[in-house]
Design a protein around this ligand. Structure first.
Ligand code: HEC
Length: 204
């Protein structure tokens, strides 16, 4: 008799626990779908995230980048040619969003949300992390994945320039950009199998 009543008390306890868990899951799923399907969340770029959402996204971004950035960093990031090539690419591909020394805010940089940080103030990232971000981009932010169209060597040139950028005056920046090879010259050096045009021709 004692055994069977013990058994039924345990069974009842487990039933209660299971019911509470299932109810919890259902309520959470219900609330989440209501949030999604009612359109309650404002995704407008001119309406900042709440503090909590912003905090969460920052954490997700920081840890995601740190966990993935493990490329071996070239030891010639201080090389003048790399920095000049990076400066030319930066002026063409990045400055419209991230600005540059002596440059006024652009329309695109004013409308972007999340904002593109002004990289002349430094990024706070390691070279390997900067390389990862430049190569792969960041989802839902407007930061493109430049690795789709550029090979690693060119992107390391950009990182070499980013390391130098915080020290540059507007004049030094302009001089570096002028000394850079043209975009076509730089792209010409790239392994052609990697370019979107050759991919298109071979119907990949
Ligand atoms: C269309 C706008 C746009 C262009 C062009 C662009 N970026 Fe970005 N970039 C962003 C935005 C927006 C962010 C911020 C993303 C975020 O808050 O998570 C960002 C983030 C970054 C970061 C991370 C900064 C940090 O502190 O975490 C780096 C590094 C970076 N970009 C480098 C570049 C480089 C180099 C180029 C050019 C090759 C480039 N970006 C071109 C919009 C752009």
């Amino acid at each position: 008799m004692r055994r069977s009543s013990e058994f039924s008390i345990r069974t009842r306890a487990w039933t209660v626990v299971a019911t509470v868990i299932i109810a919890g899951v259902l309520v959470t799923c219900g609330a989440a779908s209501l949030l999604v399907y009612s359109g309650a969340y404002d995704i407008a770029a001119d309406m900042p995230h709440s503090q909590r959402v912003y905090w969460l996204l920052q954490k997700v971004r920081r840890h995601s980048i740190a966990a993935r950035a493990d490329d071996v960093v070239p030891d010639d990031l201080g090389d003048g040619k790399r920095i000049a090539s990076g400066a030319g690419q930066y002026a063409e591909m990045c400055s419209s969003c991230h600005l540059a020394p002596g440059m006024k805010r652009t329309e695109i940089s004013r409308g972007l949300y999340p904002r593109a940080p002004e990289l002349r103030r430094g990024s706070g990232l390691t070279p390997a992390e900067e390389f990862w971000v430049v190569k792969h981009g960041i989802k839902m932010t407007g930061m493109p994945a430049w690795g789709v169209t550029h090979d690693d060597e060119l992107l390391w040139d950009v990182v070499a320039f980013l390391r130098k950028l915080p020290e540059l005056t507007a004049e030094q920046y302009q001089a570096l950009v002028k000394s850079a090879p043209t975009h076509d010259e730089m792209m010409g050096k790239m392994d052609m199998g990697n370019s979107p045009e050759s991919g298109h021709e071979s119907h990949q």
